[in-house]
Design a protein around this ligand. Structure first.
Ligand code: NAI
Ligand code: MG
Length: 356
């Protein structure tokens, strides 16, 4: 019996409707080539749904998604619906309900992509940012007192649980073990934040004892940001709290060049719940509907999804095809200096995967 995975497909808004079909085209080629089956369930949840029904997804939306092995998402957000409404109506509930406590982003300079950093080559920018995705600084603990008076004050507690800290660190160490350099960097700020960050450092040092083969170091977040720009070659895997990881996971893809090719994953490593795979970019209203957007971020996200599902060979075939296409002057979209349209790129990659 062939391996079969149930995928919930949510194109969402704007260019998500253009990139997701190309992602599916390449996933389909990979499934045929590597002998597994994808059973797709399509959901048209978007800002259009919101305009019609007042909700981004139906009341039982989470229950519907729960049946799937993974969620393949395009982008969410469109002018006319406030971003916090679209975000909290769809993306955030999925991340929280499914305990997707890892946010994972490769930051890899692809051949033919232009980094804003001078004279850097693909060999020098190739690392992962692992962000804690459920607690830390982004907590719902805190409040406002004496509002409108002279004594007015607000607090927001940073919440670091041993469980939450240890599990993201364990994931990062395990990821480092799969990489040739076996190096892990921790983002901290224990000089200024004197309870939670020393605790973060303590758990990092404790976890490091179980991974003697991994080289570790740590930097305060401010200088770490500078190092991302000045010494991207120092990094292999970088782990950060929710806030620090948020900052680094935008900075990382930025040093690697085009937003159109950057992928991301929201992972529940235990597979107790579905994980979600989506490009880093948003719905790009400025170019939506013109079929000129770059589908590579979506397609690479599909590769991350296959790797999570255990189809490593197929995932590698997709990422290798992307590298070959970019290195050998295959079709590329305008953001990368070409003239190709969205499906030219998708078709070329599907063919390359079929022939892998
Ligand atoms: P954006 O990523 O949609 O666009 C930023 C710029 O990058 C635009 O000039 C766009 O044309 C370009 N771009 C983005 N993706 C591209 C691609 N695949 N190929 C070529 N060019 C590409 O970010 P923006 O404009 O800040 O947000 C637009 C909407 O998307 C907002 O509603 C925002 O909330 C939403 N958004 C959703 C995200 C998600 O679903 N996870 C992430 C980021 C933004
Ligand atoms: Mg961000």
């Amino acid at each position: 019996m062939s391996r079969k995975y149930r995928i919930a497909v949510v194109p969402g808004d704007g260019i998500g409707k253009e990139t997701v079909p190309e992602g599916l085209r390449v996933l389909d080629a990979a499934a045929r080539r590597f002998g597994f089956e994808l059973e797709l369930a399509h959901y048209d949840w978007s800002c259009e749904t919101y305009a019609q029904t007042g909700r981004m997804m139906p009341e039982d939306g989470i229950e519907q998604l729960r049946q799937s092995d993974s969620i393949f998402l395009g982008a969410v957000g469109w002018p006319g619906v406030p971003d916090h409404v679209s975000l909290w109506g769809l993306l955030i509930p999925i991340r929280r309900e499914f305990d997707q406590y890892i946010s994972l982003r490769p930051c890899k300079l692809m051949p033919g992509a232009k980094t804003p950093l001078a004279n850097r080559t693909p060999a020098e920018i190739d690392f992962y940012v692992v962000r804690e995705n459920t607690e830390g600084e982004y907590s719902s603990s805190g409040g406002k007192m004496f509002a409108g008076t002279e004594r007015e004050f607000v607090t927001q507690d940073a919440v670091f649980t041993r469980k939450g800290v240890d599990r993201v660190m364990k994931y990062a160490f395990e990821l480092a073990m799969t990489r040739p350099r076996r190096k892990l960097t921790s983002a901290t700020k224990s000089n200024g934040i004197t309870f939670t960050m020393p605790y973060w450092d303590e758990r990092f040092a404790e976890m490091a004892k179980s991974y003697p083969d991994v080289t570790t170091d740590q930097f305060h977040i401010d200088i770490l940001c500078a190092h991302f720009v000045q010494h991207p070659d120092w990094f292999d895997v970088v782990v950060g709290s929710n806030l620090f990881g948020d900052i680094l996971s935008d900075l990382g893809p930025a040093v690697a060049g085009s937003i159109g090719i950057a992928p991301s994953a929201n992972i529940n490593p235990e597979k107790a719940h579905p994980s979600m795979f989506e490009p880093v970019h948003g719905s790009a209203p400025d170019i939506a509907g013109k079929h000129i957007c770059n589908p590579i971020g979506q397609i690479w996200s599909g590769a991350m999804m296959l790797e999570h599902l255990g189809e490593k060979q197929a995932a590698d075939a997709i990422t290798r095809s992307i590298e070959t296409l970019l290195a050998e002057g295959g079709p590329r979209t305008r953001d990368m200096g070409g003239q190709a349209n969205t499906s030219d790129v998708g078709k070329a990659l599907a063919e390359a995967v079929a022939a892998a």
